[in-house]
Design a protein around this ligand. Sequence first.
Ligand code: NAP
Length: 474
Amino acid sequence: MPVTLVNLLYIIAAMLFVFGLKMLSKATSARKGNLISAIGMLLAIITALSSDSLLHWPWIVAGIVAGAVIGALAARLVAMTSMPEMVALFNGFGGIASLLVGWVEFQRLSSAGSLATSIWNELLIIGVTVLIGGVTFTGSVIAWAKLSARITSKPVLYGGQQLVNGLTVLLILLSLLMISFGRPLMVEGNLLSFLSTYIVFIFLGALSLLLGVMVVIPIGGGDMPVVISLLNSYSGMAACAAGFVIKNNVLIVSGALVGSSGIILTNIMCKAMNRSITNVLFSGFGSAATAQKGAGFTGEAKPISIEDAYPILEAAQNILIVPGYGMAVAQAQHAVQELAAQLQENGADVNFGIHPVAGRMPGHMNVLLAEANVPYEQLKEMDDVNPTIAAVDVALVIGANDVVNPAARSDEGSPLYGMPVINVDEAKTIIVFKRSLNPGFAGVDNPLFFGEKSRMLFGDAKVSIQGLVAEFKN
Ligand code: NAP
């Protein structure tokens, strides 16, 4: 295929990626965006495969079939609550693929006897590909293992950790330098020189894999979604570097898009949690060891039964539903949708207030509510609902805790202080659905539960909501 045509097709694929990404930012266009990006990827793959005379077709076809089967099965079978683990593994696969591309290219240069004549930046980029790919792979595997409780989710800390990590980084930098600038030491055909370069290269790969483990083990399981988003960005950067190695423009562009969108998402998550990325990576926050209480609250939580909650809801005209992680745990989204429909049928105006970090992964609530067919127009972002909450008759807080904690506004001593929250405490009445007064992810007490206008409907969220739906039906 002529180079101009190949590049033209790559540009079209890249445009499809960009449009797809843009459409992913809105719930209404996200599905279409996903499809458009997938079409772009298909075009990129077909173009890449037809642009070169490939010798190993059976292997390529086998790889495509195996990948497609695994991908389709994983997408079908994975439970919504296990999505972060799956994304972690997929990032890891991206990382290891880039590492292998770097390795194969290094192998090709060495077996062609052209290591010594390669220019330094060619070797450096191969080294960088292996480095980012390796860190992404093992970092993602550890994130997956922590999230799925295959290993302890607590931060693993030990004396001299900083020193060991620093030393590993130093050795990695030295290996990169040796691989890139050690050429004058290499003599064509000199077995010893070839072996020593190869050994340094393998050493670099091993250290990169080790670094991925070292940087993720000190982080608490609760922070894994942010880490996964960051590793997603790394997998993009690894792919971008691999694109430079094999001189493939569309891989460079798609890797750069994944790398930059991953870092933007990481930033959004950190902002919504009022944390800095350094705090997430180096503090062990979210672990039981560092969980703190807010400024102890006085007052008594007032329980309410389903039967007593029903007339309050029946009389309400303006209702705001704020879902959180507990709704995902209880798998209450379908019951919540049913209740919302009943309330609307009863003449109430019903909206959902969605906090950007409600749940345990970006868009967690949007995905669950979309699965339950809640109309997109009813899903309102935090910044849109907050100015209108004073007019809300009843706010239903369903398995949400940190994202509605008013201490984030007022208690300077609270670890949540400064985090933007949905101000449900400004509603006329608040009904909180949860099983106990236990804190949420941040381990912080919530004064909302003791407020004058608050009522606690204790129990599993799905059971309680189903009870309310039954009341309406009766
Ligand atoms: P949360 O603060 O973790 O609170 C969830 C609440 O759900 C708990 O207090 C729990 O109380 C309740 N719950 C659990 N199972 C339940 C069930 N079956 N029925 C009813 N209630 C149940 O959740 P959130 O308000 O959604 O806040 C999310 C937190 O995760 C934030 O701190 C955020 O920073 C953090 N985070 C989010 C992301 C993200 O991307 N979304 C990533 C990392 C961290 P009981 O045990 O008393 O029932």
